[in-house]
Design a protein around this ligand. Structure first.
Ligand code: UDP
Ligand code: MG
Length: 321
């Protein structure tokens, strides 16, 4: 228990909430049960990410009944990664646990995370050994995503690991200083270093409702992840350029020899047209990739706040940092 200091609380649980009114009461009950069995002092930060289904009112009610529940209510939907960021900014625990509020991350796994933390690890991530109740499409795209990210980025983000993890206060403080807008928290929390380890768990099916991550959001999330941690897409243009230039240089002597030997090589408009269209396509794609990076730069340059809170927890005191 040497990690736990007198001020603040032992553990802050951070849960992003976007239209989870059906799951919330059960979620709260199970979080409370697990932490009470462990005998730790705790707080639960429920970050309402612009819900429209009554989750907001339910969060307020939970906070009235139990002062350990701290609501953070967003002015609109800012997305899951920013909801978690707001939680990290406002938490007061010696450790923070990020967990989904749809009960796909079983609260009972927190016991294992905390056990590893007590062993001295500063980051304990939960690895999805099995996933229940997900479509084959989600499983396939997720698996592809984790493997692609692993290959093309410099930080070795563990495979099949989501945001469900425990972060020591030291790590939280570092993350709080990283104010990038398009964030990929699981990459950022690997990038910071410290002693890290994983525990396996079975990812459950959703308790109620449907996923809030449609394909469109998944693609945006994946491109945020890639652009935040890799220059490879930008370098692809260079590689393709060299390949095309090399090929055309090789083609010059081939054409000269064929012509001199009396053959009518590479005649006709089709050949030219195909070459022009191919290169035009490659150039447009490269421009688009460049645009992705420039757009993100522009967003960073504007320096707007990452999220806007409409209501903040009433008991907010200065953070222990
Ligand atoms: N979520 C959020 N804002 C969003 C989308 C999702 O706060 O714009 C929350 C959601 O309430 C849940 C967690 O993020 O607690 C994970 O979302 P979801 O379960 O829909 O994703 P999946 O598990 O299907 O990948
Ligand atoms: Mg989920």
């Amino acid at each position: 228990m040497d990690k736990i200091v007198k001020s603040g609380v032992d553990v802050s649980v951070i849960a992003p909430v976007y239209n989870e009114v059906q799951s919330l009461p059960e979620f709260y009950r199970r979080i409370k049960q697990v932490l009470e069995e462990l005998g730790l002092s705790w707080e639960l930060l429920l970050v309402d990410d612009g819900s429209t289904d009554g989750s907001t009112e339910l969060i307020r009610q939970l906070a009235r009944e139990d002062r350990r529940v701290r609501p953070l209510i967003f002015a609109r939907n800012f997305g899951h990664q920013l909801a978690v960021t707001a939680g990290l900014d406002h938490c007061r625990g010696c450790a923070a646990i990020i967990i989904d509020s749809d009960l796909q991350d079983p609260p009972e796994v927190m016991t294992d995370l905390i056990a590893k933390w007590r062993e001295g690890y500063e980051i304990v991530y939960a690895v999805r050994a099995e996933r229940e109740g997900e479509s084959w499409f989600k499983l396939f795209t997720a698996s592809l995503f984790y493997r692609l990210i692993y290959r093309i980025t410099d930080v070795k983000i563990p495979l099949d690991t989501g945001d469900f993890r425990l972060l020591d206060r030291q790590v939280v403080n570092v993350l709080r200083r990283m104010r990038e807008r398009h964030r990929f928290l699981r990459g950022m929390s690997v990038w910071v270093g410290f002693r890290q380890t994983g525990v396996q768990y079975r990812r459950a099916a959703r308790f109620a409702g449907r996923t809030k991550y449609p394909l469109r959001k998944m693609i945006k999330f994946a491109s945020d992840a890639i652009t935040s941690f890799s220059y490879l897409p930008l370098q692809l243009a260079t590689y393709l350029g060299f390949a095309a230039a090399g090929l055309s240089i090789l083609a010059i002597p081939v054409v000269i020899i064929l012509r001199q030997s009396g053959m009518q090589a590479f005649l006709g408009q089709a050949t030219t047209l195909i070459a022009v269209l191919f290169l035009g396509g490659v150039q447009l794609i490269s421009l688009g990739i460049l645009g992705e990076y420039v757009g993100r730069l522009y967003d960073e340059a504007k320096g707007r706040p990452l999220y806007i809170l409409r209501e903040e927890t009433d008991q907010s005191e200065p953070d222990p940092t």
